[in-house]
Write a protein that binds this ligand. Structure first.
Ligand SMILES: Cc1ncc(COP(=O)(O)O)c(C=O)c1O
Length: 396
């Protein structure tokens, strides 16, 4: 008998899955490992998490907090999230009816979108955008309408934004402080977004994962704190970046009760719940005093300025970020055909990994002059990058 032919015709795979590619950011991390490059691509810190929360996680496991937490989040953790949101942003939320703890902000975002999107719905997305929002739109069945953030200061044209809204708009996705641009949305911008959300009866889904990384006097305003926006805002956040624990996969969505009820159902059937002992540690994290966040921002400012210096010296034109921990650069001066060719050259020949700008745009050509670097790295890593990038000028 002939062996089964592995290329035999089999059922079709999902059309949705065929419509997006693997994450370019995570692919760059794999390339960085393969070429022993300094990894300034993916935004995970390479320095330790605070001792207090590591200890709290260890103690929770020792205390046998090892079974499912309540599917939408341990009560103590939801209470702590609500308390911190009130303390830092002045937004009062009901932890019993308005918070869903998820597996990272990634799951909070897709669960929220699956909970609100119907066929034919549109979502407005600022471009360049964090690459997950593209697949999130496809998976949830939303049609994205893109609005450009224009360099150098990444402002948007209010008319372009207004034109992107319409009767089919279900939501706008906002990320402030912004990845990849470092833009921090100002109150007036948020108010204009509020006006459009109210006019077209749309949600604002806001990803605030970099809320504490702010520079040069920038202030983070949670869209839920804008008058008239709270009852239509879904706030996405996580422990990941603020507490240096991207691998813990603990995040949350804060939304009005009816939206929360839908988000909780989607979340339950997708993941059941986030890691129970790590939610216990999250209670400790939420209780950190203001000086934890002040020091975090101070330390990141030093890293930002260090990487700005390194990149400028190496010949990059940098867009100075006011928040988050990335530097978007212009690479036109290097004369490469596009961002992907240059990123591959950098990782293989120079030994530094960065993310091609095209992964943040719908049309690759719009990002072809950009490369994004992260500075959430310890000094030794930035120093190693400096030494390698110093070779760049002589080579190209
Ligand atoms: C804007 C933004 N949102 C969400 C995430 C992912 O967050 P989490 O690890 O909590 O899923 C990232 C990670 O880089 C990000 O930059």
């Amino acid at each position: 008998m002939k062996p089964a032919n592995s290329t035999a015709i089999r059922p079709d795979l999902s059309d949705k899955a065929a419509r997006f590619t693997e994450s370019v950011i995570r692919e760059m991390t794999r390339l960085a490992i393969a070429h022993s490059a300094v990894n300034l691509s993916q935004g995970f810190p390479d320095f330790p998490a605070p001792e207090e929360i590591k200890r709290a996680a260890q103690e929770a496991i020792a205390r046998d907090v090892n079974q499912y937490a309540i599917t939408w989040g341990a009560k103590a953790f939801r209470n702590a999230i609500a308390e911190k949101f009130g303390r830092t942003q002045g937004v009062r939320v009901d932890p019993e009816r308005e918070i869903t703890v998820c597996c990272g902000s990634t799951e909070a975002m897709i669960s929220s979108m699956l909970a609100i999107i119907n066929p034919g719905d549109e979502v407005v997305v600022f471009e360049p955008f964090y690459e997950n929002y593209g697949p999130d739109a496809i998976l949830s069945g939303a049609a994205p309408r893109f609005v450009k953030l224009q360099p150098p200061d990444w402002t948007f044209d209010p008319e372009e934004l207004a034109a992107a809204f319409g009767p089919r708009t279900k939501a706008i996705i906002l990320n402030t402080p912004n990845n990849p641009t470092g833009k921090v949305f100002e109150r007036a911008e948020l108010e204009s977004i509020r006006d459009l959300c109210v006019r077209w009866n749309a949600f604002a889904i806001t990803d605030e994962i970099y809320e504490h990384m702010l520079y040069d006097g920038a202030r983070h305003i949670s869209p839920a704190a804008i008058e008239g926006l709270a009852d239509r805002t879904i706030t996405i956040n996580a422990l990941s970046k603020t507490y240096c624990v991207t691998g813990w996969r603990v995040g949350w969505a804060i939304a009005p009760p009816d939206a929360t009820a839908a988000i909780r159902k989607v979340h339950d059937f997708m993941t059941v719940g986030a890691a129970a002992p790590l939610q216990e540690a999250g209670v400790v994290a939420m209780g950190f005093p203001a000086d934890y966040y002040e020091k975090l921002a101070r330390d990141y400012l030093i890293r930002r300025d260090r990487l700005l210096g390194i990149l400028t010296e190496a010949g990059f034109r940098c867009f100075k970020p006011r928040g988050a921990y990335y530097i978007m650069t212009d690479i036109s001066a290097f004369g490469f055909p596009d961002d992907v060719a240059f990123a591959k050259y950098l990782v293989k020949e120079i030994g530094v990994a960065a993310v091609p700008g095209s992964s943040f745009y719908r049309h690759a050509a719009d990002g072809k002059n950009h490369l994004r670097f992260t500075f959430c790295k310890k000094e030794a890593t930035l120093q190693a990058a400096a030494e390698r990038l110093a070779k760049l000028k002589a080579r190209v």
